[in-house]
Design a protein around this ligand. Structure first.
Ligand code: ACO
Length: 402
């Protein structure tokens, strides 16, 4: 029997909170969530207004600097981000070193981590100027890296950034243009892509953001910290849920099979969960899911997929789940990932790219949170405690006597 009190006699107050359900790790001024009311604010602005009226780089500016930019500030910021869209030519060799069938998220973890091997002049975290250069570099280069991961995956040549285009259009072009053909970005799809980026830009202290903060708390360089965030995001309980949600909808296939899956989700002996449902903080409809649903309709219409059978399955699944006592009692509602898969697929992305797109968009949140942490005078290395339940002290027994 372990005497816990004795083990912790020197620590004073001690909390045991698996999954950090009620422990704040930091103060933050960036994002506010009211999970019971389904409210999400960035620097005080509702996500609905930002997604409807703003553009992604404007939201990036807001997250980084705390205020919406003036027209001149916006122009300057767009220019500064655009200036950094290229990646070092030698980085191409990283991509070609991976197997073509590698998951693009595996490629992202490795390649983004490798940025610190190329951009040494922005790794001094004590210098605010270098921190801002690193931040702009990350925001600017993520679309290029994500598009390169995609192009390598499908065996097509890399497309260089075109800086005359806006952020989302440039990204779509790098993904879908081929050198031998004319490519014109559909403005409806570019706007939808931009809105999807806005919806994923930040979400306070979720698992990947906390990972970035924890990695950064040791003084690690920003590129390494973002790579750590990407690794965490990949999991199916977090960013990987958009891929898992679409796979689930495809597996269900037809509306008549929904009850079978609802029953499985409720069965305690079955590990199956409805992907794209439930959230640690939202105990109400995720406000991002509503905007995502609207974006889905726009994209399906613009791409001639208004009759997408998966959309019918998703809408019916939502209807059935929201009227089921199990989901009502546990307050399980669709989250942002529920409708994003159908939308991204209609935009032309394979499921393996879904989490990559999430990582691209979340980069600004990670980097804003990382900057906030570095500037916080209270910042200390993150060092969670533990509740030790192992063996008490005992003496070493020589090998011959065991
Ligand atoms: N389907 C069925 N049951 C569920 C689901 C679900 N999607 N989500 C939660 N539950 C049940 C759990 O079984 C648990 O039941 P119990 O109290 O009887 O044991 C209860 O609801 C609470 O679930 P927890 O896992 O304890 O809640 P937690 O806050 O830890 O998890 C999470 C939240 C991980 C998002 C969970 O709801 C889940 O796995 N959802 C599916 C994956 C998903 O969509 N992830 C995306 C999250 S959003 C994002 O990252 C952008």
């Amino acid at each position: 029997v372990i005497d816990i009190a004795a083990l912790y006699k020197h620590t004073g107050a001690f909390t045991y909170d698996p999954g950090f359900t009620s422990t704040a790790s930091c103060e933050s001024k960036i994002t506010y969530i009211d999970g019971d009311e389904g409210v999400l604010l960035h620097r005080g602005y509702p996500i609905e207004q930002l997604a409807e009226k703003g553009d992604f780089l404007e939201v990036c500016y807001l997250l980084l600097y705390g205020e919406l930019p003036t027209a001149a500030q916006k122009q300057d910021f767009d220019y500064r981000v655009t200036h950094h869209t290229m990646v070092h030519e030698q980085m191409q060799r990283f991509f070609t070193g991976y197997r073509r069938d590698a998951h693009p998220m595996a490629v992202m973890v490795g390649t983004v981590g490798a940025l610190s091997a190329f951009y040494h002049d922005s790794t001094d975290i004590t210098d605010p100027h270098q921190r801002m250069v690193a931040s702009l570099r990350m925001i600017a280069k993520m679309p290029t890296i994500a598009a390169m991961a995609y192009k390598y995956h499908i065996g097509q040549p890399f497309i260089y950034p075109q800086n005359s285009l806006d952020y989302a259009s440039n990204f779509l072009r790098m993904c879908f243009a081929v050198p031998c053909e004319e490519y014109k970005v559909n403005p409806v799809l570019a706007r939808a892509m931009d809105r999807i980026f806005i919806l994923h830009a930040d979400h306070e202290q979720n698992a990947s953001t906390s990972t970035v903060r924890l990695a950064g708390s040791s003084g690690a360089n920003p590129f390494a910290c973002i790579a750590a965030g990407i690794a965490c995001l990949w999991g199916p309980a977090h960013g990987g849920a958009n891929e898992a949600a679409l796979n689930m909808l495809m597996e269900i296939g037809t509306v008549d099979r929904i009850p079978e899956y609802i029953a499985r989700a409720k069965d305690k002996n079955d590990p199956f969960r409805l992907m794209g449902f439930g959230h640690r903080v939202y105990k109400n409809y995720d406000p991002r899911a509503k905007i995502m649903q609207k974006t889905m309709y726009e994209v399906l219409e613009a791409t001639g997929n208004s009759g997408d059978p998966l959309m019918q399955v998703a809408l019916e699944l939502e209807k059935i789940a929201l009227n089921d006592p199990y989901f009502i009692e546990k307050k399980l509602y669709p989250n942002v990932d529920f409708y994003s898969g159908i939308t991204l697929r209609a935009l032309g992305f394979p499921t393996t790219m879904f989490t990559v797109l999430f990582a691209l968009a979340r980069t600004v949140g990670w980097i804003a949170q990382w900057n906030e942490m570095i500037e916080d005078p209270q910042q200390r290395i993150g060092r969670p405690r533990q509740l030790y339940t192992g063996a008490p002290q005992r003496d070493y027994v020589p090998l011959s006597k065991r």
